[in-house]
Write a protein that binds this ligand. Structure first.
Ligand SMILES: [Zn+2]
Ligand SMILES: [Zn+2]
Length: 392
């Protein structure tokens, strides 16, 4: 697996409040804790690196000098600890790479999927020796408690493991009220989305994509889009949009989208605005989820990203380069869904510089690339556990 992922520099955007950056920083601290407890060295390093990158951006923000000294001090302390921890972990990643247990497994003829084996065992032992940390869990139990189904042993997966949980949440604190279990489809396999499989008649192509190899793969549940359309059906019939937020878990360098949060919202036929964002944050924090993107319907319009969609997505992608925007367009005969991302750096730059609000035209990037494009690192994974929180 890729260990030293070259990361792009991020810059502070003063249109977002500084509290937004600290929120992401706190999320990364929570996620790091999960990986540390799971003794997952690779993803711990990725998360610590993301935190350190964000930590360098925060002082560039316009409001930094007048921001709460307590919060700044708190994060200065965390940053120092993380830098030390990274120093200890970095050499272990190299050894991890040479571990005979670290291999990838071809789970389908469409693409390679990394195996959730015991590759970290060796580096964990060294990590424990170096840090004096005592294991809280065995590697086996850490994997058992994972939100993922064991991809490598897919044929042995039982009906019990194949879960889609639907939570109807009426309070701000998530309280699962309904859950149901779906039986596992026969002969299910993990497959990579390609332009053929999308029923995609648009002109975009892999060759035209600005996506580089540095972006990590994303697995989404086979049910995600279907279940979202079902939840949106009442709105769709009334020509109203519906939106949802996607939460992911990073495991062995791959993002697994495990959670769909449907927030309280205000919608029209061509727009949708999430309300009470604190409720979304509460679930993300409780489950240590990475905000990996969002999904929304175009009940009567085609499958594309409107100017408002592009600005919404910019706020996701500026924090996580892998962030995705899924558009469901059930009435578009040529393509009924798309998984998009701003082109990077061209689209990102246009959105960063655009100060307009509401629907407005955007200039095309000067280098001729599109503002946004299809994502090509998305796998449909029928073995992924998937939860829905409907907060409406
Ligand atoms: Zn839209
Ligand atoms: Zn704009």
């Amino acid at each position: 697996m890729e260990i030293s992922v070259p990361l792009k520099k991020i810059e502070a955007d003063n249109r977002f409040p500084l509290s937004f950056y600290y929120r992401i920083a706190n999320q990364l601290v929570n996620q790091a804790k999960v990986y540390r407890d799971d003794q997952n060295v690779d993803d711990l390093c990725t998360t610590l690196n993301r935190y350190c990158r964000l930590f360098d951006v925060i002082p560039q923000h316009r409001s930094y000098s007048i921001y709460s000294a307590k919060e700044k001090l708190h994060h200065n302390k965390i940053h120092k600890e993380f830098v030390k921890e990274l120093e200890i972990l970095k050499p272990l990643l190299g050894r991890d790479l040479q571990s005979p247990n670290n291999h990838s497994l071809s789970c389908s003829n469409k693409g390679k999927v990394k195996c959730c084996g015991t590759a970290v065992t060796k580096s964990l032992r060294i990590y424990e020796e170096k840090t004096g940390l005592v294991s809280v869990m065995t590697v086996g139990s850490a994997i058992d408690s994972s939100p993922l189904e064991p991809l490598c042993s897919a044929p042995a997966t039982t009906d019990k493991d194949w879960n889609v949980h639907v939570h109807v949440v009426t309070q701000s604190v998530p309280s699962p009220a309904i859950s149901h279990t779906e039986s596992m489809p026969q002969a299910a396999h993990i497959w990579l989305l390609t332009s053929d499989s999308r029923n995609d008649h648009s002109k975009s192509s892999v060759a035209g994509s600005s996506e580089s190899k540095v972006l990590q793969d994303i697995h989404i549940s086979a049910r995600l889009m279907e279940d979202f359309l079902e939840l949106a059906r009442d709105n769709t019939n009334k020509d109203l949009e519906t939106c949802g937020v996607l939460g992911a878990f990073l495991k062995k360098g791959t993002f697994y989208v495990t959670t769909l949060i449907v927030p309280k919202q205000e919608s029209a036929s061509n727009s949708c605005q999430a309300l009470n964002e604190e409720e979304i944050y509460a679930i993300q924090d409780e489950q240590s989820l990475v905000p990996i993107g969002w999904i929304h319907t175009h009940p009567s319009q085609g499958c594309f990203m409107s100017s408002i969609d592009l600005h919404t997505h910019y706020s996701y992608q500026v924090m996580l380069p892998e962030a995705i925007a899924i558009v469901m367009a059930p009435t578009d005969k040529s393509r009924n869904y798309g998984i998009f991302r701003l082109s990077d750096p061209s689209g990102i730059t246009v959105l960063k510089e655009c100060q307009e609000k509401g629907f407005h035209p955007h200039q095309e990037p000067p280098d001729g690339s599109p503002l946004y494009e299809d994502c090509y690192n998305i796998y449909i994974n029928p073995y992924l556990r998937f939860e829905i929180f409907d907060l409406r």
